[in-house]
Design a protein around this ligand. Structure first.
Ligand SMILES: *Cc1c(COP(=O)(O)O)cnc(C)c1O
Length: 341
């Protein structure tokens, strides 16, 4: 029986669910892991995560498909990305097979919290790990905790996907040889001031440029950027400091294999947006899939996209419909994309 929740009116806020998964790393190995009802984390006041922010995370969703199955979308890529993130912060990787098994266990244990098909809501899955033993001299922790909790989240767009206005940020997100390519809390801590500033100025998001030259478009604080050029083809910014979004990588496959579009991944100059070379622009990530951008504002100069401020452009809409169709089981998925719980 599903929980008595008003699924379509849920927001993107934490709702405590029944069960979570916990595994601890000590003496050089991960323990077997358990499903527990205990939502509290108890760690030393001097834990590595609290002093030096040694923590990485992931985000994915579970859906109810049209025919009533509960599935997750490409969790193997989340497992691999978390291994990359952990390695960059000198944390012991949580093995891929264990990650997939833990996702399965925690979703199954919270089966009643998976929103029904058609509600627009989904079950957000948050794996994360952190250094848990006392660390005062700067070094990696020796003990870690890996956890996954789940929380139901509402439809990202209530009443249709309205294009947003984004600004070119004066802050930098990720140094050329820094940590922009990993999913670490530290990238978000330092983005908070930039996002609060943007919101206070009336913008929905920040676009970050490459810090070295400030001429190339990278991404926003939590989403990759996708452009549609004048020929209706897909252009994706390329940089070593962009987080490899699973949504964006999947959209590239959908564009090529399902819609027959040409996909180019290359450095994208801000001047191309200024010149009106792109007709559509969207932000992609697990939360929204694609969030349309109507306008970029660069220090008072406005670069509007032909798709306008009323609705998502036609090509992005096709990409959106196809990817969500695959996720919800309405369209056949490429081999290995859908994991049934
Ligand atoms: C998580 C994240 C994304 C989106 O990645 P998905 O795997 O598609 O959810 C994009 N950019 C940043 C900085 C992120 O942290």
């Amino acid at each position: 029986m599903a929980k008595d929740v008003d699924w379509s009116n849920l927001g993107f806020d934490y709702v405590k669910t029944d069960k979570r998964y916990v595994s601890n790393y000590k003496d050089g190995k991960w323990d077997d892991g358990v499903i527990t009802e205990d939502d509290k984390v108890v760690i030393s006041e001097c834990a590595g995560v609290l002093q030096y922010a040694q923590t990485v995370f992931e985000g994915l969703k579970a859906y109810t498909t049209e025919d009533g199955r509960i599935v997750t979308f490409r969790p193997d890529l989340n497992a691999e990305r978390m291994i990359d993130s952990a390695s960059r912060l000198e944390m012991p990787p949580f093995p891929k097979e264990r990650f997939l098994d833990a996702v399965k266990q925690v979703v199954a244990a919270n089966r009643e919290w998976v929103p029904p098909y058609g509600s627009g809501a989904t079950l957000y899955i948050r794996p994360y790990m952190f250094g848990s033993n006392p660390v005062i001299g700067v070094k990696p922790a020796e003990e870690y905790q890996f956890r996954i909790f789940v929380t139901p989240v509402g439809p990202y767009f209530k009443g249709g996907a309205k294009p947003i206005t984004v600004k070119i940020s004066d802050f930098d997100r990720a140094a050329p040889h820094g940590t922009g390519h990993i999913k670490a809390g530290l990238n978000y801590a330092m983005s908070l001031h930039a996002i609060v500033t943007a919101h206070n100025e009336g913008f929905a998001e920040n676009i970050y440029l490459d810090p070295a030259t400030r001429t190339k478009i990278e991404e926003t604080g939590g989403a990759n950027i996708i452009f549609i050029d004048g020929d209706g083809n897909v252009v994706i910014p390329k940089s070593n400091s962009i987080l490899p979004s699973i949504t964006r990588r999947s959209l590239m496959v959908v564009a090529e294999k399902y819609l027959g579009l040409k996909v180019t991944q290359r450095e994208v100059l801000l001047s191309e947006a200024e010149n009106g070379d792109f007709k559509e622009c969207g932000l992609c990530g697990t939360a929204a899939v694609i969030s349309p951008v109507g306008k970029i504002v660069d220090h008072g100069k406005e670069y509007a996209f032909a798709s306008g401020m009323d609705q998502m452009g036609p090509t992005l809409q096709k990409l959106y419909d196809t990817l969500t169709g695959i996720q919800m089981g309405r369209l056949e998925a490429p081999e290995g994309w859908i994991y049934e719980i």
